[in-house]
Design a protein around this ligand. Structure first.
Ligand code: AKG
Ligand code: FE2
Length: 200
């Protein structure tokens, strides 16, 4: 566990049945995904990020809200955070990474763009046996002082949930699965927890 950036990686986050249903939903709608965009202008930038994304969780939207809401106390404890005023609604996105896909080092909150994100919870799914290699999530230390911290590399194991604070520097390492069909891609559901806006 890095000293500066606590993270939490929980295996078997959902029941086997539910994880299979969500996986089938993500795999069965290949035609709905579009190329992921990055930055203020929301442009595709293949130097920065290659993946396919879809923002409609359908019947699983409410279920994921319930599961993540129920998990808050444990999440805050794991991240050593005090509670904060949250927006009820999560920002949800399914991302599918095929052969050669990646997301270069970045943070998930930038002022004026995605600055209201506080927590990044990523729920991973893949076919069994796993058909890709690579695709680890690498968390970088801030390195204000040399030797402060070490990067960590996390495997996106099926039915696991990774949680970290959205200001933490992280990267999706390139996925390798030449010739793979969509069902064998690396799937993740990004669940961003936003802080409540001052008016609410
Ligand atoms: O898929 C992952 O492991 C993380 C994805 C990510 O960093 C993002 O979409 O901002
Ligand atoms: Fe990210």
């Amino acid at each position: 566990m890095p000293k500066l950036f606590p993270y939490m990686h929980v295996e078997n986050f959902l029941s086997d049945e539910l994880s299979q249903q969500i996986f089938d939903y993500a795999v069965g709608n290949e035609d709905k995904y579009t190329s992921a965009q990055v930055g203020k202008e929301g442009k595709v930038n293949e130097k920065m990020r290659i993946s396919k994304v879809w923002r409609d969780l359908g019947p699983f939207d409410a279920i994921l809200h319930e599961k993540i809401h129920a998990f808050y106390p444990e999440m805050l404890k794991g991240l050593k955070m005090a509670d904060f005023k949250r927006r009820e609604k999560l920002e949800l996105e399914i991302a599918a990474h095929g052969d050669g896909a990646f997301f270069k080092p970045h943070i998930d909150m930038r002022l004026g763009e995605t600055g209201d994100r506080v927590l990044s919870a990523v729920y991973y799914m893949h076919s069994m046996p796993k058909a890709f290699s690579g695709g680890q999530l690498k968390i970088y230390p801030l390195e204000i002082m040399p030797g402060d911290d070490e990067p960590v590399m996390l495997e996106p194991t099926h039915n696991s949930l990774l949680v970290f604070q959205s200001y933490v520097h992280h990267e999706v390492l390139p996925i390798v699965c030449p010739g793979a069909t969509f069902k064998d891609y690396r799937f993740a559901i990004n669940c961003w927890v936003h802080k409540a806006s001052p008016a609410s």
